[in-house]
Design a protein around this ligand. Structure first.
Ligand code: C2E
Ligand code: CA
Ligand code: CA
Length: 708
């Protein structure tokens, strides 16, 4: 096909002339120059020969009948492969016009008649060589263009002497320039750079030329259609042999996708994927920066810690999908609350330096920069509480939500990010404790004990499902023969880090947070089950007493819980006793009486606990269906020394017996106390003197012994 210097094949020349003698002489000259030669006497024949043989060189007479040389040349150039042959036009002498037309028609060169036949041979050879080089160049250039387009890479150069500028088509497309806008200038090259980077780019390149250094620049360009691209532009200066800068060669590259990937990675590392807010890591980082800034300028700032009330319930009942929607919507509301103070905003950190983050779950934090006084942050907290809609509508579900907010202020409530967060957190728990849907400041008055309490409350919520409660049992013995007749179940909380926590520490908290309802249920179940197991194991049949917190007893649906416990376990009701503190009798007589009656209807025994500590009027005993009276430990404690206590104990026993109640003494620690109570006719007793409360397996051993 085309001439190949590596093969032995000779190049092929086509001579086109209507003059047969000229054809022959030209053919002979070319054959001598080592060409194979074919001939055509007119244009049509020339075209068909070209198609079939693809000559490397064509000698073309201008003046021919039918088709002249120009027409033939143009026709060949338009044929497949027609770009490659070298076309040498044969014109009349001094025919300037023909010469010009020859180039226009696509000829590579021309030769005027009369022809120097020796020269023609050389000319043809050189033309062929140039044509080959041209072709290779052409192929390389188109390869380069394709590679550049693939790599999103373009090249450009400036001739530093003539100031001529060149820019490859890929470079033009990267920069948003029109390659047809010729001649492109260096100024055009700089024009798409975004305004605030233009001067920097120009200066860097100028500098590189001056200092004869390479440069590498990263900047953004804006195309006329508004597209922005990140460009990497790297250039190098070339010098002539005497060290004068001659040319600057450069490469531009599209970094936009890379930048996007980088942004995404950065986003995922520092932002919460669900809400788009900052995550804990970014927030802590900004908080540290804010602390430094505020310290330097003597400023105050506030940290708001927001937690949705009962979010877990929403998540559990309506599903995570709705939970997520809720979190997203709350995040939007928060953004609006913070931004309504400022117009110019960036993603999550507005111009005033405030910032919102989601720490995880339903916990959000808000940093309010440079406040004048703590009350400023209260305004924002109030705004947030007001703007969180009372109900959201998600996919047909009405979702009600409120939030509790705790506020800590730098530097009064802490000077480290850790202490500020911790204190805002405990202030938030304080808000929850105050009935939720409100905000609270952390103040020094919120002392250590309170903080401890809040953290305990948080843990207590999880204690049941984590099965951290256990029951200990304290034997109750018959004073006459020291036989074990009963046991009091006493709850302990095995905290994962704090170890065993006694009920006095956590029962009051459980009462305030309504957790007591579930705890009561659990104790009833566990104690009933245990008692049943002892019986099954063939141990002495006893009664187990369970302490029921009197707190809002009426609203606890306690009867249902008791029935359930007995039924699931299959325990005889007579073997269960409920200890209810005397104070309950003061609360609501009607309600309490009803509950007592219902308990009695179930055939369950009731013991009045801590008797003597309240307004213990014995008169109550006549109206309430109580089986047992437990004399409070405080009377027993001083009974052997103080006459007064002895008198009270005597009176309680006498009075109780006259009403047909059983009397149990609590907290017997010494033999003297034991003897005294026995002498006074007390029925039963419990206390360290016999046994402190013990775990279930130890109690089983005591029961096997039967007597203490
Ligand atoms: P309580 O009902 O008066 O229980 C008796 C308390 O006195 C128990 O304390 C017991 O360990 C302690 N005790 C027994 N004998 C002696 C003694 O000889 N000397 C002294 N100094 N103390 C003695 P504990 O187990 O710490 O329980 C404290 C309180 O916590 C109980 O007082 C009761 O009000 C409450 N509680 C315990 N378990 C439960 C429970 O399961 N549910 C509810 N609602 N309250 C419980
Ligand atoms: Ca008790
Ligand atoms: Ca008691």
């Amino acid at each position: 096909m085309s001439y190949d210097k590596h093969t032995q094949k000779k190049p092929l020349a086509l001579v086109v002339d209507d003059d047969v003698s000229l054809r022959l002489t030209m053919g002979a000259a070319l054959a001598k120059a080592n060409f194979d030669v074919i001939e055509a006497e007119n244009g049509h024949l020339a075209l068909s020969l070209f198609k079939s043989q693809k000559p490397n060189l064509i000698l073309l007479d201008v003046v021919m009948p039918e088709m002249d040389g120009f027409e033939v040349c143009m026709a060949i150039r338009n044929l497949p492969g027609g770009k490659y042959p070298q076309v040498l036009m044969v014109t009349g002498m001094d025919d300037i016009e023909s010469t010009a037309r020859a180039f226009e028609a696509g000829a590579n060169d021309f030769i005027a008649k009369p022809i120097n036949w020796v020269m023609l041979g050389y000319r043809a050879k050189y033309m062929l060589r140039a044509g080959q080089a041209f072709r290779e160049l052409y192929i390389n250039k188109s390869r380069l263009t394709k590679t550049q387009a693939l790599a999103k890479l373009g090249n450009w150069e400036i001739d530093l002497v003539s100031n001529e500028f060149f820019c490859s088509s890929e470079a033009c497309s990267l920069l948003g320039l029109d390659p047809m806008d010729t001649p492109l200038t260096y100024t055009d090259f700089l024009s798409p750079i975004i305004a605030n980077e233009q001067a920097m780019v120009k200066q860097t390149i100028d500098n590189a030329v001056k200092t004869k250094n390479n440069f590498s620049l990263n900047y953004q360009v804006m195309h006329s259609n508004g597209t922005q691209k990140h460009i990497l532009n790297q250039g190098e200066v070339f010098f002539n042999s005497s060290g004068v800068p001659e040319i600057m060669l450069g490469v531009v590259q599209d970094l936009s996708q890379l930048k996007q990937a980088e942004e995404r990675i950065r986003f995922l590392a520092f932002y919460d994927g669900l809400t788009g807010l900052a995550n804990r890591m970014l927030f802590l980082d900004r908080l540290d920066m804010e602390i430094q800034k505020a310290t330097r300028h003597g400023q105050k700032f506030a940290l708001l810690f927001l937690d949705l009330d009962q979010f877990k319930k929403i998540n559990d009942t309506l599903g995570h999908h709705i939970g997520d929607l809720l979190l997203k919507n709350v995040a939007e509301t928060l953004k609006k609350c913070i931004r309504s103070t400022d117009t110019a905003t960036r993603r999550d950190k507005d111009e005033s330096g405030s910032m919102i983050a989601r720490l995880g779950g339903d916990e959000f934090t808000i940093m309010l920069s440079n406040i004048n006084n703590p009350e400023d942050s209260a305004v924002i907290a109030e705004r947030i509480l007001n703007r969180i809609p009372k109900t959201y509508k998600f996919e047909g579900n009405d979702v009600s939500v409120t939030a509790s907010i705790g506020i800590s202020v730098f530097p009064t409530d802490g000077t480290t990010s850790e202490s500020l967060l911790k204190n805002a957190d405990s202030a938030m728990y304080h808000a929850k404790n105050r009935g939720r849907n409100n905000y609270q400041f952390y103040m020094e008055s919120l002392n250590r004990a309170a903080v401890e309490r809040f953290s305990m409350e948080r843990d207590l919520k999880k204690a049941l499902e984590r099965e951290e409660f256990v029951l200990y049992y304290q034997p109750q013995i018959n004073l006459a023969d020291r036989k074990i007749v009963g046991a009091e179940a006493l709850i302990r909380w095995i905290h994962p880090t704090k170890g065993m926590i006694m009920p006095d520490k956590f029962i009051p908290i459980a009462e305030e947070t309504d957790l007591i309802i579930d705890i009561n249920k659990w104790v009833l179940q566990a104690a009933s089950k245990q008692n049943q197991e002892w019986t099954k194991a063939g141990l002495n049949s006893i009664r187990v007493a369970v302490n029921l917190s009197g707190y809002k007893l009426a609203s606890q649906d306690i009867i249902q819980s008791i029935k359930e416990a007995l039924e699931t376990v299959g325990l005889d009701a007579k073997k269960l006793e409920l200890e209810i503190t005397e104070n309950i009798l003061m609360q609501d007589n009607e309600e309490t009486l009803l509950i007592f009656r219902q308990i009695k209807d179930l055939n369950i025994r009731i013991a009045l606990d801590d008797f003597g500590t309240g307004y213990s009027s014995l008169s109550y005993l006549t109206s309430f269906p109580v089986d047992t009276i437990k004399i409070d430990r405080s009377f027993v404690m001083g009974s052997t020394e103080q006459n007064e206590n002895r008198v009270i104990i005597k009176a309680i026993i006498a009075m109780g017996h006259s009403l047909g109640k059983k009397i149990v003494a609590e907290g017997i620690e010494t033999k003297e106390q034991f003897d005294l109570l026995k002498r006074y006719g007390c029925d039963e007793a419990q206390g360290y003197y016999f046994k402190p409360p013990v775990p279930e397996n130890e109690f089983a051993k005591l029961l096997a012994r039967g007597v203490l």
